[in-house]
Write a protein that binds this ligand. Structure first.
Ligand SMILES: *Cc1c(COP(=O)(O)O)cnc(C)c1O
Length: 387
């Protein structure tokens, strides 16, 4: 079976992990700060905080903003559930903005309409912008709206490490308060499990550092009370153990050296798909020239006006041919957990339409030319037979 994603692990990655195993510092040694520094250098942000997953990163980003019960968070429903769950962890109210049909990111028109008709006391405190598929769409316009309506921007850049807009790397936080990354094995680089938050805001940075380790500080300049003895430390907030360990960080440092190579290869594969599938009755994610996508996903959306089947059929046919494809994502608002909050079919027409007609094709660094050709040929065959 050709998978839809696969990490690339080379000898340098393996050696760097073994090296950490030979030191006494499996965690809280020098590798986590080193990885954080490398991420700030790569993205152009001032600060970075490594954590044990992007899910934790989203949770801490929301907490550092002070999100609490009664606040509103808006995001998209065409994402992994973690994008919305972060708000629920903080007891905030969640709501969703529809996606646009051009590139499957949030719809600017829908967001503006929704902001205009929402009462002042129900406006969002935070908008979580998911860079779907690796495309950091509409960062500048979103920043303008955040100033106008007074909400903060957390970028869920789980897909988009290595992507850029107007030569600004995702994570620079030029148009966002915080950006979060995932290093799960399907993402552009991996640490097995892991995540990162970047920010240019010192206040958020200081709070994130405490929150990832139980809310504890050992820095005596930050103490609220007098140091009582040499072993003294203070817990100042209710934090968590969301730390990344040094084994993961060393893998991340080693992987980050190849990020541009990874993104380049993904773009090459995407170009081949775009070229070789252009005659099929399908839509692609449109990417304007100011953007470089990291192409975490390569999505195709079936043109329902011209084709009799939906994506579920196509996914099954591909699997019969040993090509693994799936839908990203089953809409968040239609999961039982979110239906309990009152969301129903029909609430987000574009998102629901997308979810019936779309699928992600295999895209990863080690995808072989013959595998790529096979995928392209099988797709042509299925459309010819059944469309
Ligand atoms: C993968 C992913 C996450 C969660 O990442 P973890 O590191 O597995 O917690 C969150 N949001 C999006 C959009 C993702 O793709």
């Amino acid at each position: 079976m050709i998978p839809y994603a696969k990490p690339n692990i080379n000898n340098s990655d393996i050696k760097s992990v073994i090296k950490v195993l030979q030191t006494p510092f499996l965690t809280q040694g020098s590798k986590v700060p080193e990885f954080e520094k490398k991420i700030t250098e790569y993205t152009g942000s001032k600060h970075a905080v490594a954590v044990n997953s992007a899910t934790s990163a989203l949770h801490l980003a929301c907490l550092s903003i002070g999100l609490k019960k009664g606040d509103y968070v808006w995001t998209v429903s065409n994402s992994f559930v973690a994008s919305a769950n972060a708000a629920v962890y903080c007891n905030a109210n969640i709501d969703f903005v529809d996606i646009n049909e051009r590139n499957f990111n949030f719809s600017l028109d829908h967001l503006i309409q929704k902001l205009k008709k929402t009462k002042k006391n129900k406006l969002p405190k935070v908008f979580i912008n998911v860079h779907f598929g690796g495309l950091p769409d509409n960062q500048k316009r979103l920043k303008y709206l955040s100033n106008k309506y007074g909400f903060k921007i957390i970028e869920d850049a789980s897909h988009s490490l290595g992507a850029s807009f107007l030569n600004q790397k995702v994570g620079s936080c030029k148009w966002a308060d915080m950006t979060i990354f995932s290093f799960h094995p399907v993402k552009t680089i991996t640490t097995a499990e892991g995540g990162m938050i970047t920010t240019n805001n010192k206040k958020y940075f200081d709070k994130l550092l405490l929150l990832r380790t139980h809310g504890i500080t050992k820095n005596k300049d930050q103490f609220k009370f007098k140091m009582q003895n040499i072993s003294y430390y203070e817990q100042q907030y209710l934090g968590f153990n969301y730390r990344m360990n040094d084994i993961e960080a060393s893998l991340g440092i080693s992987q980050l050296k190849r990020i541009d190579k990874f993104v380049l290869k993904r773009n090459e594969i995407a170009r081949a798909y775009l070229e070789k599938l252009k005659d099929l009755p399908i839509f692609f994610q449109r990417i304007d020239k100011e953007y470089i996508s990291s192409y975490h996903l390569f999505v195709i959306k079936i043109n329902a006006k011209k084709v009799r089947f939906k994506s579920n059929f196509l996914i099954k046919e591909l699997r019969k041919n040993n090509i693994y494809s799936c839908l990203h994502y089953p809409p968040i608002h239609l999961h039982p957990f979110y239906r309990e909050k009152g969301f129903r079919n029909g609430y987000l027409p574009n998102t629901e339409d997308y979810s019936n007609l779309s699928l992600s094709l295999p895209i990863f660094f080690d995808l072989k030319k013959n595998e790529l050709n096979k995928i392209i040929n099988v797709l042509h065959k299925i459309f010819k037979l059944y469309a």
